[in-house]
Design a protein around this ligand. Structure first.
Ligand code: NAD
Length: 511
């Protein structure tokens, strides 16, 4: 007998409309989930990569056929506008599946490696062996992409998967479960556990073979601690406080448009949003004017032509409010938007640009995850780099300048998982590039070749034909020490002495 199942009640954040209820997964079922996952792993891991990719191809085609329905569910559940559901959640997911289908076999096949001369006659390889049951825990801001991309990566590599999607967007979690069901993955290969942090914690404690977590720094640390106790390997994709540096020689109109998009897309609830804007002082006034004009043109709402949707999670509004209140109480000025006490009821926050801000304020140091953009002027390249590197985060950054030498020089000095020059955020949309954070923004990388290989044990293999009876380093050691000395000296000294090397090698062989 299981306890009465809790239900997650779902309301659309943008409209308040009741959308339904999703049953939570009772903690008593954790063991059953893992048992099914382990049973399914036995067969799934034995399929060839090509066979596994057939399932992913079917998933991609099914999702492409039902794109509008999926976009509607994402938009209803998150409050983001339909364009963003399509462009920033569905498209990167489909593109990632396409990339994995095109390159998966090559990435996961046995790779030939070089063999050093001292291991003469042998062959070396690297093999990628699936790990087992992978637990994916995902957040609510891009609820499709941040769940499905690690899931399909782990599946392609031969693992079975348990997903614990965010309780803040449970309809998308349910939608993902139904999508995988429709494709007919073998029973137990893909399972979805619904619920909040207690369910997440119960599954973390259930000893998965790998944990792929995307979410806040705070939860990331809790999960890493639990995983460490069992030595479970993890990838942690955590928060960001991304800097945007605009030099005087940038295309200012483009940079202003870019800043407004990078700061306010998805109402700023993007781990890679521009959360700090540093502008070279000589163009500061001109740039602020451009910024105000761009913000004035933004439309908030729920229809297809709206630019900015609602916030997704009520708790997030409180964080944004506190940061803004602290900044205003210390002399910050509003260039656009309203003071928190003037915000309207509901989940829509106005796009807010803030000036007269100092580097030590919460609005600069802590992740806001909302539509606020603090701006600070700078005088020199060194100062801009120091300011940009001056938080605990390091997920993404952008540098805006027409001088590519300078832009590249600055980009290479930013402590960040990614940097974009004259654009923002988009590294995440190129699945061929690694994705992940520096400092508190995370541990590990996914996407790219590493995105499949992290879900495997990397296995070193050396093959010998087996024809020789003995090896030079095997027993007996008698009389070998001086020969090895000569062999290694001839090999490692500044000028290699091949005659000496050959002579001693042959002598060792005869021993
Ligand atoms: P969160 O950490 O509150 O929750 C993320 C997930 O973890 C949810 O599914 C939640 O139920 C689960 N969870 C919470 N406590 C848990 C626990 N003790 N044990 C196991 N699971 C637990 O994060 P959120 O509010 O959903 O997402 C927003 C955060 O995610 C922001 O900080 C954002 O920057 C970050 N994020 C990072 C990336 C990235 O790729 N680096 C992408 C998107 C969002």
């Amino acid at each position: 007998m299981h306890s009465v199942q809790e239900k997650l009640q779902v309301y659309a954040p943008a409209t308040g409309k009741y959308l339904g209820a999703i049953e939570e997964t009772p903690a008593e079922l954790v063991g059953d989930f893992y048992q099914r996952g382990r049973n399914a792993f036995e067969a799934w891991s034995q399929l060839s990569v090509r066979e596994r990719l057939q399932y992913l191809r079917k998933l991609k085609e099914y999702m492409a056929d039902h794109m509008e329905d999926i976009a509607r569910i994402i938009s209803d559940d998150t409050g983001k506008v339909m364009t963003e559901a399509l462009v920033a959640d569905i498209m990167p997911t489909l593109d990632a599946i396409s990339h994995i289908c095109s390159h998966g076999e090559k990435i996961l096949r046995r790779q030939k490696a070089g063999t050093p001369l001292l291991l003469i006659g042998k062959k070396s390889f690297i093999e990628y062996m699936p790990r087992g049951v992978v637990l994916v825990i995902s957040p609510w801001n891009y609820p499709l992409q941040l769940a499905v991309v690690p899931m399909v990566s782990a599946l392609a590599a031969g693992n079975s998967v348990i997903l614990k999607p965010s309780e803040v967007t449970p309809l998308v979690g349910k939608c993902i479960e139904e999508l995988f069901d429709k494709i007919g993955f073998p029973k137990g290969t893909v399972q979805v556990a619904h619920g909040g942090k207690e369910v997440g914690a119960a599954f973390t404690a259930g000893k998965p073979d790998y944990i792929f977590f995307t979410g806040s720094v705070r939860t990331g640390k809790i999960i890493q601690e639990a995983a460490a106790k069992e030595l479970i390997p993890t990838t942690l994709e955590l928060g960001g406080k991304d800097p945007m540096i605009v030099f005087a020689d940038a295309n200012l109109k483009r940079a202003a448009k870019g800043a407004v998009w990078a700061a306010f897309t998805n109402s700023g609830q993007v781990c890679m949003s521009a959360e700090r804007l540093y502008i070279e002082r000589s163009v500061y006034k001109e740039f602020m004017k451009l910024l105000r004009t761009e913000v004035a043109g933004l439309k908030m709402g729920t229809d297809e032509n709206s630019d900015i949707g609602s916030m997704t999670f009520p708790g997030q509004i409180q964080i944004v409010r506190e940061q803004l209140e602290e900044a205003l109480s210390r002399g910050a000025l509003l260039e656009t938007g309203k003071r928190p006490e003037e915000w309207e009821e509901g989940m829509f926050l106005p796009p807010t640009v803030v000036t007269n801000v100092s580097q030590d304020m919460k609005i600069i140091q802590e992740e806001a995850f909302g539509p606020i953009l603090p701006v600070i002027p700078f005088d020199t390249e060194e100062e801009a780099i120091a300011l940009a590197n001056g938080t605990e985060y390091g997920l993404n950054a952008s540098v805006w300048s027409m001088d590519m030498t300078k832009a590249r020089r600055v980009a290479s000095r930013l402590v960040s998982g990614a940097v974009v020059i004259n654009d923002a955020i988009i590294t995440v949309a190129n699945h061929g590039l690694p994705f992940g954070g520096a400092k508190q923004s995370g541990i590990g990388r996914y996407h790219g070749d590493a995105g499949l290989r992290i879900f495997c044990h990397e296995k070193a293999i050396i093959e010998d034909s087996g024809k020789k009876v003995n090896e030079i380093q095997w027993y007996p050691y008698e009389g070998k020490y001086p020969l090895f000395l000569k062999l290694f000296k001839s090999y490692f000294q500044r000028k290699r002495n091949w005659t000496e090397f050959g002579r001693n090698y042959l002598k060792l062989l005869k021993k």
